[in-house]
Ligand binder design. Structure first.
Ligand code: PLP
Length: 304
């Protein structure tokens, strides 16, 4: 054990004979924590190798990925351009009036531009990307959420670091685009399993995304994972009293702050699955705290 791996003592887990550990990737790298940093690592190396000076990416106004790219740009010397979903705030680009995520991104040097929702839908299309590059100049393009083939090896490294500290039978991780889960799968060995917990509603399409990503990156798909789609609490970034109470209770009992969009749902799901006997008696389950805590500031501003 070290400070990144924490034992979570829950009566429900001991009752089922399951050992629950929490991997604190939210603490793994002080400047750039969590899975968004893992996904950026080899993309940043590629951008550098290809001689790029600018990163261009996409995201919602509260996006953890936008926040991470802005920070990475400051740390590694890239200009950064964020194309944000939705209309420009009526307040304009005055940093004092932006939401906390975008204010921080601006402070780190990111140039923000807004794409109306219908334009934003084209964000992954080659023609549309070519138009954006014509508009903003040469840049290394990172897709929304930072998920592409180069995102996977950085996530696989988490598994290697974890293996240095403990044996385990299953990993659990929150799923947005599926890139992190796909990367973790490429790092697992032997009988180890993964459980992905979808943060969005109707997430069953995500297993096809995960399979496509691992196929593209390591030339195979994996059968040793399940995708849990019943723990979205109303949908992506939706307000749920039940989820917020769980997050509060978890903090009171274990001293760990989870985020309201991803890791809160994942931990809720893991404890629920443990109670339902999903994990065999005697298993060690490692839940991954993928970070995302920057979202709280914007969350409080929206919901109080
Ligand atoms: C983005 C994010 C995820 C989901 O990662 P994907 O690779 O998009 O599936 C999970 N947890 C946190 C905190 C995130 O910011």
């Amino acid at each position: 054990m070290n400070e990144l791996l924490q034992e979570i003592n829950e009566p429900a887990a001991s009752a089922q004979g399951v050992r629950l550990l929490l991997w604190r990737d939210d603490l793994a790298n002080h400047d750039l924590p969590g899975n968004k940093a893992r996904k950026l690592k080899y993309n940043l190396a590629a951008a550098q190798q290809q001689g790029h000076h600018t990163l261009l990416t996409f995201g919602g106004a509260y996006s953890n990925h936008i926040a991470a790219v802005a920070t990475a740009g400051r740390l590694f010397g890239f200009h950064t351009i964020g194309l944000i979903r939705g209309d420009a705030p009526a307040s304009g680009t005055d940093p004092a009036l932006l939401n906390p995520t975008l204010a921080q991104a601006t402070a780190e040097g990111m140039a923000l531009h807004y794409l109306g929702r219908s334009a934003y839908r084209h964000r992954a299309e080659l023609d549309f990307l070519a138009e954006q590059l014509a508009r903003f100049g040469p840049a290394y393009v990172l897709p929304e959420g930072g998920t592409n083939a180069l995102a996977l090896p950085g996530c696989a490294e988490l598994v290697a670091e974890l293996r240095q500290l403990t044996d385990f039978d299953a990993l659990a991780v929150a799923v947005g685009t599926g890139g992190t889960l796909a990367g973790l799968l490429t790092g697992l060995a032997g009988q180890q399993q993964a459980v992905g917990v979808a943060a969005l509603k109707n997430g069953s399409f995500l297993s096809a995304e995960v399979d496509a990503l691992t196929q593209q990156t390591v030339g195979q798909t994996f059968a040793n994972y399940s995708l849990q789609t019943d723990y979205h609490f109303g949908g992506y970034a939706k307000y749920s009293v039940e989820l917020l109470s769980f997050i509060e209770l978890f903090r009171a009992q274990h001293g760990v702050l989870l985020d309201p969009v991803y890791t809160g749902k994942m931990l809720f799901a893991v404890l629920d699955l443990i109670k339902k006997g999903y994990f065999p008696r005697g298993s060690t389950v490692v839940a991954i705290h993928t970070g995302g805590l920057q979202a709280w500031a914007g969350w409080r501003q929206r919901f109080g």
